[in-house]
Design a binder for this molecule. Structure first.
Ligand SMILES: NC(=O)c1ccc[n+]([C@@H]2O[C@H](COP(=O)([O-])OP(=O)(O)OC[C@H]3O[C@@H](n4cnc5c(N)ncnc54)[C@H](OP(=O)(O)O)[C@@H]3O)[C@@H](O)[C@H]2O)c1
Length: 304
């Protein structure tokens, strides 16, 4: 496993996005625990969760409790594992994802996550999404209070733009360590934020990093639109004898040293395959082919 910097910490270059273990289509408990254990076995030391990863209308915290149980039941050393959780979203009955960035809610949510995770302090606490009904600096102010109180060790943001990153840095200083935005071969509109993270020394955690490469598009027998659009990913995968998903993650890693993808998994085999992307080093020629296929900006690499 290769490692990347996150704040003053060192985390595996590929994390595990634990969301599929708790939302619709989730596996049974045994398979969910086996998936987290497979990630740990593969050297993954960053587990991404959130209080809102649960079935609609259910109590918050299913995923956090699952992660805590998986760590407690793992046979190996977990002292180097960073659990990154989030607050500020909800999932009431009906399935919509709601937003609540009020300081009062965020502080109560972080306290609840803290208890569920059973840790001395939450390793990384991320504002899940800015709430348009609450001034952004008030939500970030709640993170500062949580840092000062020792409830959380490090702070992160999610679903933010470059101005919000700069604003939060003004409030949190170097205790702001990460940004988690959607970014994949198909969805690259967060490239300005990735570039800014690289400049500021923040980790950039792409969520749904395989989003543009749905399994049906990659593995289906017919040449779907996705397969045609991402043909270069399939070609490089065939040449290297690895999965196109692994190539997609290796490509994300190659975009900038700030990148730490957090692919989701609900099966041990998929996270094992994804974790191996950390060791798949692409040649300059492969990177260029994949950049072109994804239509990705070249100047992000200039900050590498
Ligand atoms: N901050 C936010 O607003 C936000 C939003 C969405 C997600 N997230 C985070 O980002 C994480 C990742 O996003 P995601 O779970 O939506 O999507 P994703 O990582 O793009 O895709 C996950 C899916 O891809 C499959 N997969 C993963 N690795 C694979 C491999 N090597 N080969 C074949 N298939 C593979 C998994 O299959 P199996 O299920 O069969 O294992 C899973 O169904 C989430 O788990 C969550 O932690 C954050």
């Amino acid at each position: 496993m290769r490692y990347r910097a996150l704040g003053g910490l060192r985390v595996s270059a590929v994390g595990l996005g634990a969301m599929p273990l708790s939302i619709e289509g989730r596996p049974d408990e045994d398979r969910a625990l086996a998936t987290v254990h497979a990630a740990l076995d593969a050297g993954v030391t960053l587990l991404d969760t959130a209080d809102s990863y649960h079935l609609p209308g259910a109590e918050p915290g299913h995923n956090e409790c699952l992660v805590a149980r998986a760590l407690a039941s793992y046979g190996g050393d977990t002292s180097g594992v960073l659990v990154a959780t989030k607050g500020g979203r909800g999932r009431p009955a009906g399935g919509d994802w709601t937003v609540n960035g009020s300081p009062r809610h965020l502080k109560a949510a972080a306290e609840a996550s803290h208890k569920r995770l059973g840790v001395e302090a939450i390793g990384l606490y991320q504002l899940h999404k800015p709430d348009p009904a609450v001034p952004f600096e008030e939500s970030v102010g709640a993170l500062r209070e949580l840092l000062d109180a020792g409830t959380i060790r490090l702070a992160g943001l999610s679903n933010v733009d470059a101005d919000q990153i700069r604003g939060a840095r003004g409030i949190l200083g170097d205790r702001l360590v990460s940004v988690q935005n959607r970014y994949s071969p198909a969805v690259r509109d967060s490239e300005p934020e990735l570039r800014l993270c690289a400049e500021l020394g923040l980790a950039f955690l792409p969520w749904s990093p395989l989003g543009g490469l749905a399994r049906s598009a990659l593995d289906g027998p017919s040449r779907t639109e996705g397969e045609q659009r991402f043909a270069a990913f399939h070609t490089v995968a065939a040449e290297r004898g690895v999965s196109p998903q692994r190539v997609a993650l290796a490509w994300l890693l190659s975009r900038s040293p700030a990148v730490v993808p957090i692919p989701g998994a609900s099966r041990p085999e998929t996270i094992r395959d994804s974790a191996a992307a950390a060791d798949l080093l692409l040649t300059p020629e492969e990177r260029t082919r994949l950049d072109v296929a994804a239509g990705a900006a070249q100047d992000v690499r200039a900050h590498g």
